[in-house]
Design a protein around this ligand. Structure first.
Ligand code: NCD
Length: 282
């Protein structure tokens, strides 16, 4: 069985297939509306979420499937001391695929080891966030037609941002720069600026904000991404700038997750395997 624990679980070819399929879905979302009619996704979220949880929910619903939404584990047996292992085994009896968000890096891998259904890591502590990376990469690919030979500057909480960790891993042959929260140096000229908030819940502190000087130093063809939620990193006055791609980025999250759910539930039905060119054929 194939799980999505780390962005490294997907080959470059598979990522490219995901882009192509995502573009098709984005152009014609209703074409796929009954393709997963009897499929159930469990959204098992141990940490707060707006975009990831909602877009997984909407993605499965748009494919005709159903969602078991445990987005506040306080209302589940987790409050009675139930372990991750027991919760995952339990949910495997009631659903076909699990999107798991957890508080500790490594939890998604632990879950994958005991799960009878595919685990999709929806963010594990300060570990990884591979589905976010796919929508980040898709947004970059859509703009530049490639995900290589680009210059990217990561800004923010480099150490604790799981979205940076996964995106950083997946971008090869790129020229990368890092500016953490306290680094006041100007940002180097880049194609992509990827900003993240300070992860206060993981013990980080401080804050930073993009200024008019930063904006003036960016070339016209660059893009600014942010996984959201934002705090003060990107002031709202920047939102109407054509380089602000973060709202489109979050929209892409829906289509990327539709693609992923289609792929991961095909595996389940054993009709098609997630290997080159075979994911989408049925
Ligand atoms: C991110 C996350 O949860 O890691 N949010 C998201 O999924 N879009 C970023 C964050 O919380 O800072």
């Amino acid at each position: 069985m194939k799980h999505l624990v780390s962005i490294d679980d997907l080959t470059k070819d598979e990522i490219h297939e995901i882009f192509v399929k995502t573009k098709k879905i984005k152009n014609s979302p209703t074409t796929y509306r009954t393709t997963r009619e009897h499929t159930i996704l469990a959204n098992l979220f141990y940490e707060p979420s707006t975009r990831t949880n909602s877009s997984f929910f909407t993605a499965m619903t748009k494919l005709g499937g159903k969602v078991l939404n445990i987005n506040n584990v306080n209302y589940s047996s987790v409050t009675k001391g139930e372990s991750l292992k027991d919760t995952i085994i339990t949910m495997g009896n009631y659903c076909d695929v699990i999107a798991l968000r957890s508080r500790t890096a490594g939890d998604a891998l632990k879950a994958a080891k005991v799960s009878t259904v595919p685990i999709i890591n929806a963010g594990d502590g300060n570990g990884e966030h591979p589905t976010q990376t796919l929508l980040d990469l898709y947004t970059i690919w859509d703009k530049f037609n490639r995900i290589e030979d680009l210059t990217i500057t990561f800004v923010g909480d480099i150490e604790n941002s799981r979205t940076i960790h996964s995106l950083d891993k997946s971008l090869t042959n790129c020229n990368k720069h890092y500016r953490d929260t306290y680094n006041q140096e100007p940002w180097p000229k880049s194609d992509v600026y990827y900003l993240t908030r300070v992860q206060k819940e993981r013990g980080s502190s401080g804050s930073y904000s993009m200024t008019q000087d930063h904006v003036s130093s960016m070339h016209e063809n660059s893009i600014i991404l942010h996984p959201f939620p934002r705090n003060e990193e990107i002031p709202e006055w920047f939102d109407d700038d054509p380089r602000a791609k973060y709202f489109e980025q979050m929209e892409n999250g829906l289509y990327v997750r539709m693609t992923l759910l289609m792929a991961y539930t095909e595996i389940l039905s054993n009709k098609v395997y997630l290997t080159n060119n075979y994911i989408w054929t049925k």
